[in-house]
Write a protein that binds this ligand. Structure first.
Ligand code: ATP
Ligand code: MG
Length: 242
């Protein structure tokens, strides 16, 4: 039984097709890494899964919520699916804890005291228990990104989407964020992650999906995909990355 299903999803911007009949299903706890050249549709796919973008045709279902239905309960969807981007999007005038409690009190209507407890637990999960009172400008990029992950986790999502969350970070800060994601994967979180970290994709993802021209061009277990790519496009892509 899958928790995320995309069934022949197509999306265009104007007349330009960006996703072409994409079908993908994740079982609970599955970690899928999306790779592919710039413009291949990776971010668009993620954005369609939590209805930040509407699709022209096809069907997306997440944990029983029909995302592509015009009457989809978006509030419920956004609590089920967390998304984290390359930019952290933290409120500069709120502390780490405040950034999380505001999400809980506003989105989930959680009482303040309970929100504080949840926020602290979420910060602990990303290794930042001691930074609850710090403001974003007092934190490193890696720490800010971990706060933004904690903010998503605080809403108890069943699925997490990560769009190049380490791309803006210095190499030494990447690892702490990748470590958090690895921990989530080990804890059984269902995840789709767009990444250029091929070592991470190889070690943590259960399946790698190579997008090309808005289509799933090739997919499979990471070891197979990276060591024995079948299509010339993936061969070319891998040659450039490794
Ligand atoms: N809001 C938009 N309006 C018009 N075209 C868009 C919009 N967003 C994305 N596109 C186009 O859709 C295509 C796919 O974009 P997308 O951001 O999904 O690619 P990507 O695989 O995430 O690339 P990157 O690796 O550079 O992040 C690109 O050609 C892009 O220019
Ligand atoms: Mg992108």
């Amino acid at each position: 039984m899958s928790i995320v299903t995309l069934n022949s999803v197509s999306k265009s911007y104007g007349t330009v097709p960006v996703l072409r009949e994409v079908s993908l299903a994740l079982t609970p706890g599955e970690v899928v890494a999306l790779i592919g050249r710039s413009g291949s549709g990776k971010s668009t796919l993620l954005r369609c899964v939590n209805a930040l973008e509407r699709v022209q045709s096809g069907k997306i279902v997440v944990d029983g919520i029909e995302v592509t239905s015009p009457s989809a309960d978006l509030r419920k969807l956004r609590q089920t699916v967390g998304i984290v981007f390359q930019s952290y999007n933290l409120f500069p005038h709120y502390t780490a804890e405040g950034n999380i409690t505001i999400a809980l009190t506003v989105v989930k209507k959680v009482p303040k005291r309970e929100a504080v407890e949840i926020a602290r637990a979420a910060l602990e999960r990303v290794g930042l228990a001691d930074k609850a009172a710090s403001f974003p400008h007092q934190l490193s990029g890696g720490q800010q990104q971990r706060v933004s992950i904690a903010r998503s986790l605080a809403l108890s999502p069943k699925v997490m989407l990560f769009d190049e969350v380490t791309s803006a970070l210095d190499p030494e800060l990447k690892d702490e964020v990748l470590g958090v994601m690895e921990g989530l994967a080990a804890g059984g979180m269902t995840m789709i992650l767009v990444t250029h970290e091929m070592t991470f994709a190889r070690d943590v993802a259960h399946r790698v999906v190579f997008m090309h021209g808005g289509r799933i061009h090739e997919e499979g277990p990471p070891k197979k995909l990276f060591s024995a790519p079948e299509t010339p496009e993936l061969k070319q892509f891998i040659k450039r990355i490794f």
